[in-house]
Design a protein around this ligand. Structure first.
Ligand code: PLP
Length: 433
């Protein structure tokens, strides 16, 4: 499969180039040159397939012949080694729980697959691949876990000192082996600036084979199709009106759903549910696409004012607002509405939704009022214990910590403390080499 940049359709890149570069030089986004429909036989046999098996079949055409099939099969077995339960809430509503991976959020799908794909694409190089990444919390833990102990790759994660929660810090700093944490006496923006400067620094570029693990890497989107297929397959009956609702921030999750439809997942409609960071919902109402600074909410993993995958969505619809509106509806959910939804879902179904999932369910219910024949699958993107303070306060319950988080409490932090001066990072990295 060849990839092009949304800013230049005349120049093509291999899958390997697209994954290892992450971003094209022209600041566009990598897109596959074509979407290859899955066979009718695959779709009719979905119910009996494992998640890893679905991952293999859905990613195959996007990877092409650049990774041997037996390797891709192994990558999928390792990456997708946890379930995606579909839970029924009421007559027409299902919740697909995407949080059963090691860091308890759906970002595990993307990070675990991308890490193994990068390792494989680096298999004939004699130098290991070094990933430099800045994080403000959530992505970092998925990346740390995804790359942990993956052959031929080492990772340096920069995070702002005092800028992440205690639990998040433990998730970044307790892995060891090929994962190294750098605690920066500065802000997240400082961390990002230092990473960006490193990629432009001649000495570092000569010393290391550097790559980034940013969230818009195409190797993160491809594996996110897997749970759309898996959730669809688990529906007890199939009618043509299946609607997916996606709590959205950077719109990578939703874009993966649109990819799934392109390769023939029979979905009738998508709902993008956002918090008050409503850049995309306003666009769908006919306003200009107008990126803004983000506003802090209780569904903070979706506090994004300039969604980075929007360029891919435009590309999928040939820049046609009408075409996009035919397939996607958007709803904006305030913090008050999110809290009410969490309470309602808990009192009606005894189901504990995290704030992101609750934004999704609220959007779906608004859509259902006017589209009464639809069946909805809402993606629940995080385990409620990841947002334990909010969940316990809103529902007035006490939530047990899942084992994965409980275990972290006893582990001790290992991090290199640096100032926000780039030169300090540079000397540290050159000495570690
Ligand atoms: C990242 C994240 C989202 C938003 O996903 P996008 O792909 O950026 O739209 C939603 N919920 C949780 C819990 C997340 O971590």
């Amino acid at each position: 499969m060849k990839y092009y940049s949304t800013k230049n359709k005349n120049k093509f890149f291999s899958f390997r180039e697209a994954v290892l570069k992450g971003l094209p030089d022209d600041n566009g986004l990598f897109m596959p040159e074509q979407f290859v429909p899955l066979s009718v036989k695959f779709l009719s046999g979905l119910k009996s397939k494992s998640i890893a098996g679905i991952g293999f079949e859905t990613s195959k055409s996007f990877v092409g012949n650049e990774i041997p099939e037996s390797d891709l099969e192994r990558i999928c077995n390792e990456a997708f080694n946890f379930p995606v339960p579909l839970v029924r809430l009421g007559e027409r509503t299902y919740v697909a729980e995407l949080f059963h991976g090691p860091t308890l959020a759906f970002k595990d799908f993307g990070a675990r697959f991308m890490a193994r794909v990068m390792s494989n694409l680096n298999r004939n190089e004699n130098k290991k691949l070094t990933i430099l990444v800045a994080t403000s919390g959530d992505t970092g833990s998925a990346v740390a876990d995804g790359f942990y102990d993956v052959e031929g790759i080492e990772v340096f994660i920069l995070y702002p000192s005092g800028g992440v929660s205690d639990l998040q810090e433990k998730q970044l700093t307790t892995y060891g082996k090929n994962i190294r944490a750098i605690e920066v006496k500065g802000t997240f923006d400082d961390c990002q600036r230092m990473v960006k400067t490193a990629f432009l620094d001649k000495d570092l570029v000569n010393a290391y084979r550097l790559s980034s693990a940013n969230s818009i890497n195409i190797a993160r989107l491809i594996p996110q199709m897997v749970y759309y297929f898996s959730a669809y397959a688990q529906l007890p009956e199939h009618n043509s009106k299946v609607v997916f609702t996606v709590p959205s921030g950077n719109f990578g999750n939703l874009t993966a759903g649109l990819f799934a439809k392109k390769i023939c997942l029979p979905v009738s409609h998508y709902i993008a549910s956002t918090n008050v960071n409503d850049t995309v919902p306003l666009y769908l109402e006919g306003k200009n696409f107008n990126p803004r600074p983000s506003i802090a909410t209780i569904s903070n993993a979706m506090d994004v004012g300039n969604p980075s995958n929007f360029g891919r969505m435009l590309e999928l619809y040939d820049n046609s607002l009408e075409a996009m509106k035919n397939e996607i509806s958007a709803f904006v959910v305030t913090d008050n509405e999110t809290e009410s939804e969490m309470k309602k879902v808990y009192s009606t179904y005894k189901y504990v939704a995290d704030p992101h999932g609750a934004v999704g369910i609220a959007g779906w219910e608004r859509y259902l009022e006017k589209n009464k024949n639809s069946i909805g699958i809402v993606l629940e993107t995080a385990h409620p214990a990841k947002f334990i303070d909010t969940v316990e306060r809103v529902l007035d319950i006490s939530l047990p910590l899942p084992e994965a988080l409980e275990k972290l409490k006893t582990k001790s932090k290992v991090a290199k403390l640096l100032s926000s001066d780039f030169e300090e990072l540079k000397s540290y990295l050159l000495a570690e080499q």
